[in-house]
Design a binder for this molecule. Structure first.
Ligand code: ARG
Length: 606
C-alpha cells in the first residue's frame, strides 16, 4: 500500500515533468490527474500497471504510446523510482508495466513479519479525513422476519454482512451491526388472534409455554385468516389494538418476538455472528414525522387514497412514473415508511439518532428497486448529510443442484438449522474417513471440534466466494471438498504450515536483512502475500468478499506449488531455510487474518 502510494506520487511528478501543462489540460476535462495505477493483471506484466495514459491521450493530444514513452524517459532518470523498481516497460498500445526490485520486496516481507496487521493501516492513522472516519458506519444485515423462516436468503445476508462488518471494523471504523428484524406489520393481527385461541396461558405466563415451531404456527394462522371471516375480523381488530398499545396485544406480540429471537440466536451463535437487534417496530415513533416532513417539502401526492412520492427517472410499465407508497389508504404505514424513518434516524436527521455517514444494506437483489426508491426520496428530502452514503449490497438467489430455488426433497424451504447440521455431519464423515486412511487416532472431542469448524467454514466460504451479484448453487459435496476453491482447501494449507513450523519455528532466529529469496516460486508467493493490503482496501471500497476469497485461494495455490517444488526444512543453508520458513509463516498469517475477516476461524491440526 505504501509502495503503491509512493509510486503514484512519483508517477504524478513524472507526468508533470514530461508534460508541464498537463494539470491544466486535464482540468479542462473536469477530472483530476490520475495515472490509474493498478495491480498487474498477470504476473508476466510485473507488479503494477499504469493505464492512465489512455485517459491522458485526449487532453494531451498524443497517443497513449507516445505518452508512455515520454513518462518512461523521465522515470528512468528518477533515482527514487530506480531504487524501488526495475526498468519499466511500455506494453501493448501504451500501458506501462512496473516491476518492483527484489530488495524492495524483501524489505516489505520483513516489515510484514513484524506487523500483526500485515501492513493494513487503520483509517484513524490517516491524516485530514479522520473526522469523517470517526462517524459510524451502519451495516444493516441478516434481518429475518418474526414468526417466519430464517431462510437461505437471510443466511447469505448474514454471512456477507458479517464479513463486510469485520473488514470495516478491522480498518478501524466504528461499525453498527443492525438487525432490521421484521417485527411489525399487519401479520401480527392473525398471529395474536391465533395465539389467544391456541395458547391463552402463554399470555399470563410466557415462561411455561413453548409454542414449538413458529413457522408451522404462522402457517396455521395464515390458513385460518384466509378461510375464516370471523377470524379475519378478529385479526384486523387485533392489529388496531396492537398499534394503539393495548396491554394484552402488546404482551402477545412480545411473546412471539421473544420466541423467534431465541431461534434466530441459536443460528447466530453457531455462526459466531454478533448483531444488534433493532427491528422495524423501533421506528414506530418516527413514522408520522416522515409523512409530515415529506408533506412540508411538497413531495407527497395522494393517489387512489394512498400517499406516495413519485420517483424521478425510474419508470414503470407504459413509461409512467413509479410511485412509492408511504402511507396506505387505510392510514397504515409500510416497509418503505419504516425504511425512510430508519434513514432519518441513522443519519442523525433525528437528533437522538446514530449520526452515521455510511449505511450499507445487505439484501437479495429482489429489493433493489425498493432501495433505489427510498434512497432517491431521502436524497430529494435532503436527509443525506454531506458526504453521506447509502448503499444497497444486493445478492443473487441460492439455488439447489437443479438450478431452481433451494428446497428440501419434500419441496419445503430448507431450514437453516438443518442445513448447518448437515454440513457438520458430512464434514465429520469425511474426517473420519480421512483419519482412517491416514491411520490416525484422534479423540472424539477433536473430531467434533474439527468437523464443526470445517462444516461451518465450508458453508460460509461457499457463499462468500461467489460473486454475490450472481445466483449460486448450493452443493455440499463441492463446498466440503479438499480440492478447489473451498474452505477445507484453505484450512488445510494453514494446517500444513502449522505442521512445518512445529518442526522448526523461524521466529526465534529472524533478524533484519536475513531474508534472501532465490527461486521463482518464492518470489511469486511473496508477491502475492504483499498484495494483501491492497486487496482489503479494494473489498472495503467495492464490498465484494469474493475478491478476498479469490486472493486467498490463489495464495494457497502458490504456497502449495512453492512447498511442493522448493525444499524448506531440508534446505541446507541456514539463511535460505530461515527465509523459506519466514515465507511459510507469512503465508499462514495472511491466510489466518484473511479467513478471520471472512468470519472463518482456522485450525492447527485437522
Ligand atoms: N426483513 C426483510 C426481509 O426479510 C429485510 C430487511 C432489510 N433491511 C431493511 N432496512 N429494509 O426481506
Amino acid at each position: 500500500l505504501e509502495i503503491a502510494q509512493e509510486l503514484k506520487n512519483l508517477l504524478l511528478v513524472a507526468t508533470e515533468q514530461a508534460f508541464p501543462d498537463v494539470v491544466n489540460l486535464v482540468k479542462a476535462y473536469g477530472k483530476p490527474l490520475d495515472l490509474h495505477l493498478t495491480i498487474a493483471s498477470k504476473p508476466e506484466f510485473g507488479d503494477f500497471q499504469v493505464n492512465g495514459t489512455f485517459t491522458l491521450a485526449k487532453p494531451l493530444g498524443k497517443s497513449p504510446h507516445q505518452i508512455a514513452t515520454a513518462l518512461l524517459n523521465v522515470l528512468e532518470g528518477n533515482s527514487a523510482f530506480s531504487k524501488l523498481c526495475e526498468k519499466p516497460v511500455v506494453a501493448g498500445p501504451g500501458f506501462i508495466n512496473i516491476t518492483l526490485k527484489g530488495e524492495c520486496l524483501q524489505k516489505e516481507a520483513y516489515k510484514a513479519l513484524l506487523d500483526s496487521r500485515l501492513g493494513i493501516p487503520k483509517v484513524s492513522e490517516g491524516g485530514g479525513e479522520s473526522q469523517i472516519h470517526s462517524l459510524p458506519i451502519i451495516v444493516d444485515f441478516s434481518s429475518p422476519n418474526i414468526a417466519k423462516d430464517m431462510h437461505v436468503g437471510h443466511l447469505r445476508s448474514t454471512l456477507i454482512g458479517d464479513c463486510l462488518a469485520r473488514i470495516l471494523e478491522f480498518r478501524g471504523y466504528k461499525v453498527l451491526r443492525l438487525n432490521h428484524v421484521g417485527d411489525w406489520g399487519t401479520q401480527f393481527g392473525m398471529l395474536i388472534t391465533h395465539l389467544k385461541e391456541v395458547a391463552p396461558a402463554a399470555l399470563t405466563n410466557p415462561d411455561v409455554v413453548d409454542l414449538g415451531d413458529l413457522v408451522t404456527f404462522y402457517r396455521e394462522a395464515k390458513s385460518r385468516f384466509d378461510n375464516d371471516p370471523i377470524f379475519q375480523r378478529a385479526s384486523r381488530e387485533e392489529v388496531v389494538k396492537l398499534q394503539s398499545g393495548e396491554l394484552a396485544a402488546r404482551q402477545a406480540w412480545q411473546l412471539l418476538c421473544d420466541q423467534s429471537r431465541k431461534e434466530f440466536q441459536t443460528i447466530y451463535d453457531r455462526l459466531n455472528i454478533r448483531l444488534t437487534e433493532r427491528g422495524e417496530s423501533f421506528y414506530n415513533p418516527y413514522l408520522e414525522d416522515v409523512i409530515t416532513a415529506l408533506d412540508n417539502l411538497n413531495l407527497l401526492v395522494t393517489d387512489a387514497g394512498a400517499r406516495c412520492v413519485f420517483l424521478e427517472g425510474i419508470k414503470g410499465k407504459n413509461d409512467t412514473a413509479l410511485p412509492v407508497i408511504i402511507q396506505k389508504s387505510d392510514g397504515g404505514f409500510n416497509y418503505s415508511t419504516t425504511d425512510l424513518a430508519a434513514i432519518r434516524y441513522r443519519f442523525g436527521v433525528i437528533p437522538e439518532g446514530d449520526g452515521a455517514n455510511r449505511v450499507i444494506y445487505v439484501t437479495d437483489a429482489g429489493q433493489s428497486n425498493h432501495f433505489a426508491g427510498i434512497f432517491q426520496i431521502a436524497r430529494r428530502a435532503g436527509w443525506i448529510p454531506a458526504g453521506g452514503r447509502l448503499e444497497h449490497v444486493p445478492f443473487g438467489l441460492v439455488q439447489g443442484p437443479d438450478g431452481k430455488k433451494l428446497k428440501t426433497r419434500a419441496g419445503d424451504t430448507v431450514r437453516l438449522k438443518d442445513l448447518l447440521d448437515e454440513a457438520v455431519e458430512r464434514a465429520a464423515i469425511d474426517l473420519r474417513k480421512r483419519l482412517l486412511d491416514e491411520g490416525r487416532q484422534e479423540s472424539e472431542t477433536f473430531i467434533e471440534k474439527v468437523a464443526f469448524t470445517i462444516g461451518i467454514a465450508a458453508v460460509k466460504y461457499a457463499d462468500l466466494s461467489q460473486n454475490r451479484i450472481t445466483n449460486y448453487q448450493f452443493n455440499f459435496d463441492r463446498m466440503l471438498s479438499l480440492n478447489g476453491n473451498t474452505a477445507p482447501y484453505l484450512l488445510y494449507v494453514v494446517v500444513r504450515i502449522a505442521g512445518i513450523l512445529r518442526k522448526n519455528d523461524v521466529s526465534i532466529n529472524l533478524t533484519s536483512n536475513a531474508l534472501c529469496f532465490t527461486e521463482p516460486q518464492e518470489w511469486a508467493l511473496l508477491r502475492q502475500i504483499l498484495k494483501f493490503d491492497l486487496i482489503i482496501i479494494e473489498v472495503e471500497q467495492e464490498l465484494l468478499p469474493n475478491r478476498l476469497c479469490m486472493y486467498l485461494f490463489e495464495l494457497s495455490q502458490l504456497f502449495n506449488r512453492f512447498y511442493d517444488q522448493v525444499p524448506v526444512l531440508k534446505a541446507t543453508e541456514t539463511e535460505i531455510r530461515i527465509s523459506r520458513l519466514a515465507l511459510c509463516r507469512l503465508t499462514a498469517d495472511t491466510l489466518k487474518l484473511g479467513l478471520n475477516l471472512l468470519g472463518i476461524p482456522t485450525l492447527e491440526r485437522m
